[in-house]
Design a protein around this ligand. Structure first.
Ligand SMILES: C[S@@+](CC[C@H](N)C(=O)[O-])C[C@H]1O[C@@H](n2cnc3c(N)ncnc32)[C@H](O)[C@@H]1O
Length: 368
């Protein structure tokens, strides 16, 4: 049975609680060293556990979007009460953290602004917990959606029921709209290939089916992109549906310069495609919320991203707090860690300073 370390922070305001638990996690304030992580495993939808106390409730997001989520008791699942996080045992997946709804909002705006499309994409949510961002990807037409959480129990008791609830609701709404042909409908295919994976980031990549099974010639694909650019010369095809607003150069010399610069910069992705495990597939979009609180996990988190992100156009959306105070983790620390490697660059999508918590940020990472 997992136990929580005696709180060094008793009496502190409730609002600080989540960061304080994370502080214990990162600084190793627990009485014992973190236990060996649970084994990596695929959790089948049939292994769902319908807890009697699973209570479904709406999460209403700005702009009229409403998703459904369950509420389960940490004590019923892990036998741990009043704990957001127990390092190495339970990493917080039963709670809905603020940044995950920030991320859904940001994704919605990215789609509206023409910067992102989930249509036909392969998507992975790392550290999913409730899985709302990846559920949103399902509803937006992704072809493959994989949910990952540290704990199989979280997937069985919460993520799978959440996915079922939201897809059932969407199917019903689609059926209603189809019956009433007068109402225009969004014709999204709501039948993605969905899988659930549990385990530690450090051991996960061998389990993720999309990395091993797709037969895609990525090096060929990268060359094809260059060829298409040579024909079009409009400089509009950047990461994942986004459009770079650069002016078209006037002279053929300038055109040649742009072509060379792009060839040079895309070479990182090109080399990466050839050298990495990804000669056979990968994810187009990786989503994650509140996964960068522990500096000690950065290496394995970035490691799994590198192993799974599909060059040259794969992107990662990260939503998290700018700083987890007293801990050292946060978006800025993770961004620096990633950029040091030189393979991915980053762009701030939005920051949220609503006073509800530390400043939160959404970052988009892409191949340099
Ligand atoms: C704070 S929770 C965030 C849950 C959810 N994304 C949200 O924002 O509501 C952190 C998540 O990161 C994942 N996680 C943390 N450390 C991990 C590790 N070493 N390996 C795999 N997953 C990990 C856990 O699955 C956990 O659900």
């Amino acid at each position: 049975m997992a136990t929580r370390a005696p709180s060094l922070f008793a009496g502190l305001p409730q609002g600080l609680f989540q960061s304080m638990d994370m502080l214990q996690s990162v600084c190793g304030f627990s009485e014992n060293p973190p236990p060996h992580p649970p084994p990596c495993e695929e959790v089948l939808p049939s292994q769902v556990v319908q807890l009697e106390k699973y209570v479904a409730e709406p999460v209403n997001l700005p702009g009229g979007l409403s998703l459904l989520k369950g509420r389960v008791n940490t004590a019923d699942v892990f036998g741990v009460s009043n704990s957001d996080l127990v390092p190495g045992k339970y990493e917080g997946g039963l709670k809905l953290w603020e940044s995950s709804t920030d991320l859904v909002n940001a994704l919605k705006h990215e789609i509206q602004d023409g910067q992102l499309s989930f249509n036909g994409k392969k998507v992975l949510e790392l550290g999913c917990g409730h899985g709302l961002p990846a559920i949103f990807a399902c509803l937006e037409g992704a072809s493959t959606v994989h949910f990952q959480d540290f704990n199989a129990e979280v997937l069985r008791c919460l993520t799978i029921p959440n996915v079922n609830l939201n897809l059932e609701k969407a199917h019903k709404q689609q059926a209603c709209h189809t019956d009433n042909a007068a109402i225009p409908t969004k014709t999204t295919a709501l039948a993605p290939d969905i899988h659930f994976y549990a385990g530690d980031w450090g051991e996960l990549h061998s389990l993720l089916s999309v990395v091993a099974t797709d037969q895609v010639d990525l090096a060929g694909e990268v060359d094809k992109i260059f060829l298409e650019e040579d024909v079009l010369l409009d400089d509009s095809g950047s990461q994942d549906g986004s459009s770079a607003n650069q002016e078209i150069p006037a002279s053929s010399n300038q055109i040649q310069q742009v072509r060379c610069t792009r060839r040079h910069s895309q070479c990182h992705a090109c080399e990466w495609a050839r050298d990495s495990d990804l000669s056979e597939g990968g994810y187009d979009i990786i989503l994650m919320a509140e996964t960068v609180y522990s500096v000690s996990s950065f290496k394995k988190l970035y490691g799994i991203i590198k192993k799974c992100l599909r060059p040259p156009n794969g992107v990662v959306y990260l939503a998290a707090k700018k700083h987890y105070f007293g801990v050292g983790g946060g978006t800025r620390q993770f961004k620096s860690f990633v950029e040091e490697d030189g393979i991915l660059g980053a762009h701030l999508v939005v920051d949220i300073a609503d006073g509800a918590s530390n400043v939160r940020e959404i970052w988009k990472f892409f191949f340099n």
